[in-house]
Every structure is written in C-alpha cells, then in structure tokens.
Design a protein around this ligand. Structure first.
Ligand SMILES: [Zn+2]
Length: 237
C-alpha cells in the first residue's frame, strides 16, 4: 500500500465528517431531552402514586378520629353514672388520653393535606412541562430524520467506499490513523506545506520531505503524529 490509500481514506472520512456536522448538535440535544423526558415521567409516576397513598392515609385518619369521638362520647355518658370521685377521675383520665390521640391523628391529617397540596401543584406544573418537552422532542426528531434522510444516499455510498479502502490498508496503520484522527480534529493525514506539517505547522526535515515526495514508506509528523503526503492529486467521487 502507499500513502495514496491513506489520503483517499482521509478524503472519505472528511466528507463523512462534513455530513455528520450538518446534523449539528441535534442528535446530542435529542438524547439529552430524551433523558429529561424519561426522568420527568418517572418523577410524575412516583408523585402520583404518593398522592394515592396520601388519599388512603387521610381516609384512615378520618376513620380513626370518628372512632375516638365515639369512644369519648360513650365515656362522657358514663360520667353521669359515676358514684364517686375516684371513678370520675378515672373516666376523665381516659377521656384526656383519647383526646390526645385524636389531636395527634388530626396533626397527621394536616401534614398529609399539606403534602397533598404541594404534590398536586407540582404534578400540575410537571405535566405541562412534560407536554412542552414532548412537543419539542418530536419537532427535533422530525428535523433530524429529514436531515438524515437528505444525506442518507451520500452517506451510504461513502460508507461503502470506506469499507473498500479499509480492506487495502494494513490494520496497524488504520488503527494509528484512527487514533491520530480522533485526537486531531478529524485529520490523520495532511499535506506538507512549505516544508512544514500541514496539520500543526511543525518543521519537516528535508530528508523526510524527499522520501515523502518519492513515496518511500510512510512518514508522520514528529509533533502531531499525522501521516504526511506531498501534492498527491486525487479525485474521489
Ligand atoms: Zn504535525
């Protein structure tokens, strides 16, 4: 293989990168909104199930309070039947105890009610937030799909070309090229320009330039690691 194979691969990859750049930040924005939508849905579900629990608890407390009231009324009736102070004091003690119980049930009820009000208003605002989010997501998905569809034919043909090129290049060289390309703004192969690396501008020794011109072996920039070529004219369609 010669440097020409790599230069061609780079041209294909640059075109693929341009295609993917056309999509801009749409794909990542959609992923982000997707996560946000899911977490809003999860929170809504858990808030709604807590609201149901609260209904049950509040009902229980109502029943409890009714029961205590019944007991208190019975004891109050018995007050009329007592014959001595001792019995009277005992009944009064029991009544006080029941009243304490009732007051703690009522306090709990109030706390549940407050929690319910807070949750209800949060559920309302989250539902409207979720509606906006879902609408936004769906608009962006339509845009992305149409952008992908627009470039689909070109991308498919570039992918096929890329596969063909890969089969003609040593896998170690491909892996070096990929590494450099991923670390160097998508460029793993650059032209020598004015005696310097066309990628980072580092000086290239004359001996290396001569060998690159003669296409003797593969050479890369000492500083940025990009493969170097010289004035190779290639046409990729
Ligand atoms: Zn360089």
């Amino acid at each position: 293989m010669s440097i020409d194979n790599l230069v061609e691969l780079q041209e294909i990859d640059t075109k693929l990168k341009d295609l993917s750049d056309l999509l801009g930040d749409l794909p990542s924005k959609i992923d982000e909104l997707d996560l946000q939508e899911q977490s809003t849905k999860d929170t809504l579900l858990s808030n709604k199930s807590r609201l149901k629990e609260l209904e049950v608890e509040m009902h229980k407390r109502e029943v409890d309070v009714d029961q205590v009231n019944g007991k208190v009324n019975k004891l109050k009736d018995q007050l009329f039947l007592v014959t001595n102070n001792k019995q009277y004091d005992a009944l009064m003690l029991e009544i006080d105890h029941l009243k304490d119980q009732r007051s703690s049930f009522e306090t709990e009820s109030l706390e549940f009610l407050e929690e319910k009000e807070t949750l209800t208003s949060s559920v309302t605002s989250m539902e409207s937030e979720l509606g906006d989010l879902t609408q936004d997501l769906s608009n962006r998905r339509v845009k992305l799909e149409s952008a992908i569809a627009d470039s689909a034919v070109e991308k498919k043909s570039l992918d096929r070309m890329r596969d063909n090129h890969l089969s003609g290049i040593d896998s170690n060289i491909i892996s070096t090229y990929e590494k450099v390309k991923n670390h160097r703004e998508g460029l793993g192969v650059v032209e020598i320009s004015g005696g310097a690396c066309g990628g980072c501008g580092a000086h290239v020794p004359p001996q290396v330039i001569t060998e690159v011109r003669a296409k003797e072996g593969l050479h890369s920039c000492d500083v940025c690691g990009r493969f170097l070529y010289n004035n190779t004219k290639l046409i990729i369609n």
